[in-house]
Write a protein that binds this ligand. Structure first.
Ligand SMILES: *Cc1c(COP(=O)(O)O)cnc(C)c1O
Length: 384
């Protein structure tokens, strides 16, 4: 049956009808007064979403473009940076920093485990000469479903005093509390196809006054992603280059929906989706990849032992038109990941868990009581 595809991957995420309808409008001129009004509203609402008075700049780029802008605008060749690496996206930060000639020191943890905040404390407190220019960290590590403790790492960065904290919030923004001003985060990068509930194509960078100070002396080359030009034009509710106007109109619709739901309610919903998914997976005797105390509310990774992860994905797609994500790099074929980020409801989780049970049954998986997963998820939803 057509038109029944259900995306349960951590991006692109499902898009609400209001947003699809907004996308279907004729493009308008990006130098028009009408578009400036939209930019003004969007800019205000982006600050609301980030819980900040800082600039939040809109780029035509995927999330990685926002990450790159977050590096090249604030650092210089040879600068020493500490990079947290416990998954694909932490590694991307390290590769990106190395590509621009930064001196990268990695703080690593096994994939599936959270970063050890003590290691950041030790490195930062030993740096009495203030050589470390930035600490770079992924909040929700999408490749493993681990949520890193940015709040604690940030405290050590503040004790250090000099270093900037640069955060990949691509699958945490709009899913879990990330109060940019209360914590004093310097650079926060995100992308449209995740918690924002719109298609891919926009990147966002949130920049603190301290980061703007660093911008003045940063020497890496920059042009298209020079955030200074975005800041200048944002002050006039416009853009340095032609933005994807339809995506900005979609963003306006999505941010209105988020405001109507409320930040607390959005975070609580993601907590419920995460708990229901994890309880259901446990009830089906499938091992979870990330521990309970460091689980991402955006994505749950499962590492099945007596059934093939890729076969589960194949049956889910073929039989139920539900798309789950696979593993990346060395986890290819070993894990499958259930996305529950953005425009996802409790009903979607019940549908996905029901289909998962049916798929496991079809594959001859015997370590479950049929219905146990659904019952566990329903219990979580009944409590709330
Ligand atoms: C999706 C994602 C990105 C950005 O990826 P793009 O494909 O460039 O949009 C970055 N970090 C994390 C944690 C992500 O989940």
């Amino acid at each position: 049956m057509d038109n029944k595809l259900m995306l349960m991957i951590p991006g692109p995420t499902p898009v609400p009808e209001q947003v699809l309808l907004a996308l279907a409008k004729h493009p308008i001129g990006h130098r028009s007064g009408e578009f400036s009004q939209i930019m003004a509203e969007v800019t205000q609402n982006l600050k609301w979403l980030h819980q900040t008075q800082n600039d939040v700049l809109v780029l035509t780029a995927s999330g990685t473009g926002a990450m790159e802008a977050g590096i090249i605008n604030f650092l210089s060749p040879g600068d020493r940076v500490l990079v947290g690496c416990n998954g694909k996206f932490g590694d991307r930060w390290a590769d990106l920093s190395a590509a621009f000639g930064l001196e990268v020191e990695k703080i690593t943890a096994d994939w599936g485990k959270p970063l050890d905040t003590e290691q950041f404390r030790e490195k930062l407190s030993a740096d009495t000469e203030k050589k470390i220019k930035a600490v770079i960290i992924t909040h929700s590590e999408t490749s493993t479903g681990v949520l890193n403790d940015v709040e604690t790492v940030n405290r050590y960065v503040k004790d250090h005093g000099e270093a900037l904290i640069i955060v990949d919030a691509v699958t945490s923004l709009g899913a879990v509390n990330l109060p940019v001003d209360a914590w004093g985060l310097d650079v926060v990068a995100s992308g449209s196809q995740k918690g924002y509930m719109i298609p891919p194509g926009l990147g966002f960078v949130c920049v603190s006054p301290k980061a703007w100070e660093a911008y003045k002396t940063a020497k890496l080359p920059r042009f298209y992603l020079d955030l200074g030009s975005y800041r200048k034009t944002a002050a006039k509710n416009t853009n340095p280059f032609t933005p994807p106007v339809n995506l900005v109109v979609a963003l306006q619709a999505a941010l209105r929906m988020m405001q109507a739901e409320g930040l607390e309610a959005i975070f609580a919903r993601h907590q419920r989706l995460m708990r229901a998914t994890r309880d259901a997976v446990k009830a089906l005797s499938l091992p979870l990849f990330a521990p309970d105390d460091a689980a991402s509310p955006a994505i749950t990774a499962v590492i099945p032992s007596s059934v093939e992860a890729e076969q589960v994905r194949a049956v889910m797609k073929k039989h139920f038109d539900i798309v789950l994500a696979g593993g990346q790099d060395h986890l290819k074929g070993k894990i499958f990941r259930i996305g529950h980020l953005g425009f996802v409801s409790e009903r979607d989780i019940l549908a996905a868990i029901g289909a998962l049970e049916a798929s496991l049954g079809e594959l001859g998986y015997e370590s479950m009581t049929p219905g146990a997963g659904l019952a566990a998820a329903a219990r979580v939803f009944a409590q709330s």
